[in-house]
Each structure stands twice: as C-alpha cells, then as structure tokens.
Design a protein around this ligand. Structure first.
Ligand code: MN
Length: 357
C-alpha cells in the first residue's frame, strides 16, 4: 500500500455529521497574562525561546500574528463564530504556551487561580460550546496540587494543562510529584503541551528555524513524556492519565526502539538515571496516555496511532488559532473509517477523557 500525504483538500464548509466534533487542544490568552508577559519581555535577559515565541506573536505587525492575538484573547463571539465556520461543536480550551511557566513563582500561583476563574466564567457563558483545562504553576507543586483540587471540585474542570518544561526543569524530578499525586487523586488528565525550547536546546534548532511547531516543540515535548515514563512516574501513580498532542509527539512511531533500547540500557547499567521500571515504555504509552491529532490531519498517521494505542485513545484536536483550518475538518470527516470509530475520534473519547457532560 502506498501512503501519500493528502494533497487535495475540500474547501467546502464542513457538513452535518452524525457526531459532535470536539476539538481538544484549543488555546486562549487572558489579557492579564499578556500584561505579565510584556513585563517579562521588557527585561533584556528574558528567556530566548519565550522571546522567540510569544515575543513574536505579541509584537509582530504581520497579519497572521495580529489575527492570532485577536483569536487568542477571545472566548466569546469571535471564537464561537470560527467554531461554527469550522463545524466545531465544542472546544476544550487551555491557556496558551508557556502559560504560567515563564513567570516567577508568586506571580504564577496567583495568575493560575485568576485565569482558571476567568475560563470557568466563559464555560458558564457557553456551557455546550466550551470546556476548560486547569492552569497550574509547576514552580510551586503544593500550590499546583491545591489548584488541581479546586479546579476539579469547584470549577468542574477535569484536565490540567502543563506546557512542557518549566524554566528548563522537567516533571521527571520527584520534587514535582505532588502534581501527579493530585491529578491521580482527582482523576484529572494532564495534557502535556509543547513549550518553546529551553536555552540548553535552543541553538541548533533556532539556527535553522526548526525550533517551533514545525519540529522542535515535538522533540522537546516527546523527550519530556519519555523522561516521565523512564523516571517511574507511572509505577508510582499507575492511574495517572496523560494526553499528548501532535500524534503523541511521534512517540508511537518510536515505540519498538524505545522498548529495545530501554531494556538494553538498564542491563548495561550505563546510567544511574535508567533503572528498571515495571512495564515496557510502550506499555505506558498504551495504558496511561491518550493522544490527539492536533496539527496533523493525516488519516494514515491517525490509523497507525489507533492501531497502536487503541481506537479509544486517539482524539481530534485543531490547535486553534495556530492551525485554524476548516478544510482539515472536511478531510477528517472523509476518512475511510468505520462510523463508530470516527465518532470515538471526534466525540466520545474526548467526552470520556475530559469528562464533558
Ligand atoms: Mn497547541
């Protein structure tokens, strides 16, 4: 069988379909966050990856950047209009990258609370159209754990957004594990979303313009997920649920080699950090992770992921507003896939993972 990339896209408006389309990686930016970002960007030593990402979108005069900023800051008319035009019934909204994670600890903790309140208000205004993910400040794991509890029990949100590394630090470090304990205790899925690359990784990617969503984001976020797996997080928290975007940041495709080389590395006793874990890396991917197709409207990749993880673990996402492409919705509606599987992909898996009513 020849596997081709789609090269003809149907530009027609998405039609009525026998399922609700739920988009699960949709970004927003409260004005309060942009005000904090402006202060951070005012310092000459602001993180280079952050400056390259949000510094660009917030200051570029290009039509794309200005349009994205307008979309990011809206949780009402403009967003719902774009959802209508793309046939999106409901959007699971999360604070855009890097969210709180570029802020100092005190600012991040208090901002996360007010951002969650603001998002919960928007969900109350549009209860059938929007759902939210809980923002936290990983810089303060105890406060983050409390905010997860508040988000689930008081605000009715059942997932947590974490934008990959926090100022170069990874959740594989046990000092962050109060966050996992709270997520597991409240059965809130953690969506591990990309961030701009940390300084230690940035140069060889940025030099050739491949640091962003085109490639660098996926490399760094995939690395983060693997660090969490190999650190034994899921042995300690076996019911923890995690979500990865962008077809699992390519990890399903790596699974065979990850299993082989992880075992070989353990046996060789080459690294103190690589110790035996209870399951193979691929088993954690299949048992603790769900993935979305954000940014990848490619039937063959989606089917590979469904075959590997199971059809209950692969979900639709658009990545609005960064990849707002209604023609991709048409393309995915047209996938050669059993109707009940397509409904899982677009609707029921998301309802289960994010506990949507
Ligand atoms: Mn995204």
């Amino acid at each position: 069988m020849e596997i081709r990339l789609p090269n003809t896209v149907n530009p027609a408006r998405p039609q009525k379909v026998p399922y609700r389309r739920i988009a699960t990686e949709e970004a927003w930016a409260p004005q309060e966050m942009l005000d904090i970002y402006n202060k951070i960007l005012g310092h000459a030593d602001a993180d280079a990856g952050f400056r390259g990402l949000m510094g660009f979108y917030m200051s570029s005069p290009s039509e794309r950047a200005r349009h994205i900023m307008r979309c990011l800051t809206d949780l009402d008319q403009l967003r719902l209009q774009h959802m209508d035009e793309a046939g999106i019934d409901q959007a699971v909204v999360a604070i855009t990258s890097p969210g709180t994670q570029v802020m100092d600890k005190a600012t991040a903790v208090s901002f996360a609370r007010s951002a969650n309140d603001e998002l919960a208000d928007a969900v109350r205004r549009h209860p059938t159209r929007l759902a939210g993910m809980i923002a936290i400040a990983p810089q303060d794991p105890a406060a983050a754990a409390q905010e997860i509890e508040r988000g689930v029990t008081k605000l009715g949100m059942h997932s947590v957004i974490i934008n990959s590394h926090t100022q170069g630090e990874y959740l594989s470090d046990p000092k962050f594990w109060d966050i996992f304990a709270a997520a597991e205790a409240h059965d809130a899925a953690i969506y591990l979303h990309p961030n701009a690359l940390p300084p230690s990784m940035l140069h060889p990617f940025q030099q050739c313009g491949l640091d962003g969503a085109i490639y660098g984001f996926g490399v760094e976020t995939g690395l983060h997920a693997l660090r969490i797996i190999t650190a034994g997080v899921f042995d300690r928290f076996p019911k923890l649920r995690m979500v990865l975007g962008h077809m699992g940041e390519a990890l399903p495709y790596w699974a065979y080699r990850l299993d082989y080389m992880h075992q070989a590395t353990v046996k060789s006793q080459r690294y103190a950090s690589v110790q035996p874990i209870q399951r193979r890396p691929s088993e954690y991917l299949r048992q603790n992770f769900w993935i979305t197709n954000s940014g990848v409207a490619w039937e063959h990749a989606i089917k590979f992921a469904q075959g590997f993880l199971g059809e209950d673990r692969v979900m639709y996402a658009m990545d609005y507003p960064y990849q707002y492409a209604p023609d991709e919705v048409n393309l995915l509606d047209g996938m050669d896939m059993a109707p009940e599987v397509k409904k899982k992909f677009f609707q029921t898996n998301a309802e289960a993972v994010f506990k949507l009513r």
